[in-house]
Design a protein around this ligand. Structure first.
Ligand code: MG
Length: 389
């Protein structure tokens, strides 16, 4: 394992937040917000050291955020985010790390898997950024009216950590000093460094407003300081067989002598599960959010639909208690794939595998599934959500 160091940039003043102190020191689940991001790196086995970049006025606030954590000494930041990142990188020179992960101190809920994914990508490229695909429709505004709908295909929302080979990003930052770029990936791009996109997490939200802080609190404590309620719903879907050599089920490609037909990749199990999650949220169904008339979803990887539903759960401050999927068909035989299906769903939902169940059954030769005309799937999902109203 190459030696990797984390640089947590937390020197901002957080004017948009409007609190009595910079937002990274507001209280989240009983500790300063910054503590949580620092702890995510300090507790990760592949991270050799963690350094924060702070505002010189915040030393006392930082000490309380760092309490109980083994960290490198903090260094003072600069006039803006880019300067602060560069100063932090300069300060690491004496440690000569091979890799550095730069993280925004206002992102407190960083899953270890996201750190893993960024580090793994750095085995094959010099830059890698955690990000999520854009799923909302994007509009350009002019004078309060919609001027244009922006094609979102290929668009991602960049998160942090953003990881790089250390000498390359240090040189890129030195060359870009004064350029006012919005993230470190932009600094790397400017220097011509290749930067990969890796899957971030809906949990990994950036706290910009007091509402974001409340959401983070709800996610972290699972309580949100208020009453919780349990909600469940089911989903059902059918796709018919046509010519082909594989079917997509639970996000896996399974060889078969026919394929399922559909506008997207026809993953009937992911469709049923997406509908179960949307149902439990009271958020309609998959067709409402991803209309089959929309050419954007032709051949789409249905994982996008499931992740979007999962993101909606996180946005409500909720969490998934468990999901259960039943796939109904005579063939292909699914028993050999069951464990992989569970693992794939757990990965897509950022969930422990013990909270995911997949079953397969036949209809004893009866009906359309019995005649081998198609595959049906049903799913149920149980959520824990902060009570509203
Ligand atoms: Mg469907």
């Amino acid at each position: 394992m190459e030696r990797a160091v984390a640089l947590v940039v937390a020197a901002g003043r957080g004017e948009r937040f409007g609190g009595a102190r910079p937002k990274q020191y507001e209280t989240l689940a009983g500790r300063p917000l910054l503590h949580h991001g620092l702890a995510a790196f300090a507790g990760h086995p592949a991270i050799a050291g963690v350094r924060a970049v702070i505002h010189p006025d915040d030393r006392a606030l930082y000490e309380s955020a760092a309490e109980g954590l083994a960290l490198l000494d903090p260094v003072p930041g600069g006039a803006n985010r880019q300067d602060s990142a560069r100063l932090g990188l300069e300060s690491l020179e004496e440690l000569a790390p091979e890799r550095v992960l730069i993280h925004d101190g206002a992102r407190p809920l960083l899953p270890a898997e996201v750190i893993d994914r960024v580090l793994q990508a750095l085995d094959r490229t010099r830059g890698a950024v955690a990000a999520l695909p854009v799923t909302d429709t994007l509009k350009r505004e002019h004078d309060g009216m919609i001027a244009d709908t922006v094609a979102r295909q290929g668009l991602w929302r960049a998160q942090t950590p953003q990881g790089f080979h250390y000498p390359a990003i240090l040189a890129a930052h030195r060359a870009a000093a004064g350029a006012e770029l919005t993230d470190d990936a932009a600094v790397a791009e400017r220097a011509g460094l290749p930067v990969a996109l890796v899957e971030g997490s809906p949990r990994n939200l950036k706290v910009t407003t007091p509402e974001d802080l409340a959401r983070a609190e709800a996610i972290l404590t699972g309580a949100g300081g208020g009453a919780q309620e349990t909600r469940s719903a089911s989903g059902f879907d059918v796709h018919r067989f046509g010519p082909g050599d594989h079917v997509n089920l639970c996000g896996l490609r399974i060889p078969h002598d026919r394929a399922l037909l559909g506008h997207s990749d026809a993953d009937v199990a992911l469709h049923a599960l997406t509908d179960a999650l949307l149902g439990a949220l009271g958020a309609g169904d998959i067709g409402l959010h991803f209309p089959p008339t929309d050419p954007r979803w032709r051949g789409a990887d249905s994982a996008v639909f499931l992740r979007n539903a999962n993101e909606r759960v996180a946005a409500r401050g909720g969490r998934i208690v468990n999901v259960d999927v039943t796939v109904i068909c005579e063939a292909p035989k699914l028993a050999p794939h069951r464990a992989h299906m569970v693992a794939r769903l757990a990965e897509l939902l950022d969930l422990a595998p013990e909270r995911v169940n997949v079953k397969a059954t036949t209809t004893e030769g009866l009906g359309f599934t019995g005649r081998g005309e198609g595959i049906a799937a049903q799913a149920s999902a149980t959520l824990c959500l902060p009570r509203r109203g």
